[in-house]
Ligand binder design. Structure first.
Ligand SMILES: NC(=O)c1ccc[n+]([C@@H]2O[C@H](COP(=O)([O-])OP(=O)(O)OC[C@H]3O[C@@H](n4cnc5c(N)ncnc54)[C@H](O)[C@@H]3O)[C@@H](O)[C@H]2O)c1
Length: 313
């Protein structure tokens, strides 16, 4: 396959690109390196350093002629989204629209776009299904929900297949330990340096933690499938990509201690206002429609992640 990955210099994107190249695919990357890095760029991939909102996007995508576009480039910091919601609108909504348009003009057959558990806000029941209420609680979640609509508005009328993959909490090698999103990366970074992990509140809050290798497999299997992913109806093209397992932050630390080699104290900070208390997403639809399910256990994923952080700090 010829696959174009926007955001291919970032955490999830670089893991996807490395895996696609080792599978013999031809890979292009468009990334403005705003949060991604040159070190994440695979030398065998075609690369354009470009903002997805730049008017040159259409020509760049046409130059690469992708069969499938995986759209991961986004402003994904909740703090930044609260400070500057206009940036989320521009990059996440209008950027997704621009990528979808450019993909259609270039003759791509499918676009897969990264969405997020943030579109649901506080779940009304668990596990959360795709059709459950969507009440985002920050501008990032709002922009991801609007981006799903922009994708459908651009691609349904022109007959290009598409899907919005709603990722749960992703962790793994190459995640930035200095950001505020990836709690596993932050804990691994601190534990590898012999520093106490800092837990907000009691650590009883739960999330659905999914290893990046499972996200990569979901993207490859969704890119490759012969079935149509853009099913009719509201949420027809939305897929939860998650484990379906609920894990507390407290449990996460217990699982990390041994692989990270940290047996010291845990620090507690006041609970963060607006933090969702419990979250777990139901991944059944992805399994039923295109046969994907998560394969990596939390123990195995955390061991691989802690080992990477120990080697790369
Ligand atoms: N990491 C998670 O837990 C998680 C969870 C849910 C959804 N997502 C989504 O998955 C996608 C990838 O996330 P990630 O964790 O790899 O983030 P990341 O910040 O590591 O990667 C994003 C990449 O996009 C690039 N980028 C940002 N704005 C751009 C722009 N305007 N033009 C071109 N490139 C741009 C960045 O330089 C970076 O390389 C994002 O859409 C994010 O919202 C991530």
């Amino acid at each position: 396959m010829r696959i174009l990955v926007t955001g291919g210099a970032g955490f999830i994107g670089s893991n996807l690109v490395f895996s696609l190249l080792s599978g013999g695919h031809q890979v292009g990357i468009i990334d403005d390196l705003s949060t991604g890095s040159m070190a994440n760029l695979h030398p065998a991939a075609w690369f354009r350093g470009l903002d997805i909102t730049d008017p040159g996007l259409q020509d760049a995508v046409a130059d690469f002629r992708p069969e499938v576009v995986v759209h991961l480039a986004a402003q994904s910091s909740i703090t930044v989204s609260q400070r500057d919601p206009e940036r989320d609108r521009l990059v996440n909504i209008e950027g997704t629209r621009a990528v979808a348009r450019a993909a259609a003009v270039a003759g791509a057959r499918r676009v897969l776009s990264a969405s997020s558990a943030a579109v649901y806000g506080t779940p009304v029941s668990l596990p959360v299904g795709e059709a459950d209420p969507k009440v985002p609680e920050n501008p990032y979640g709002h922009s991801k929900l609007a981006a799903e609509q922009a994708l459908a508005d651009e691609l349904r009328p022109v007959g290009v297949d598409f899907a919005s993959l709603r990722f749960a909490n992703v962790y793994g090698p190459r995640q930035d330990p200095h950001g505020e999103g990836g709690v596993v990366a932050i804990f691994c970074g601190r534990m590898a340096a012999g520093e106490a992990p800092v837990v907000f509140g009691e650590g009883t809050q739960t999330r659905d933690f999914i290893f990046v290798g499972d996200i990569v497999l979901a993207l490859i299997e969704a890119a490759d499938t012969d079935v149509t992913l853009a099913l009719p109806g509201d949420d027809g093209s939305a897929y939860n990509i998650s484990t379906g397992d609920e894990t507390s932050v407290e449990m996460l630390i217990q699982h990390l201690r041994s692989p990270a080699g940290y047996f010291g104290p845990v620090e507690h900070a006041p609970a963060r206002e607006g933090d969702v208390a419990r979250s777990v997403l139901d991944p059944t639809k992805a399994q039923e429609v295109f046969g994907w399910h998560s394969r990596v256990s939390l123990e195995a994923g955390l061991a691989r992640t802690a080992a990477w952080f120990a080697q790369n700090r």
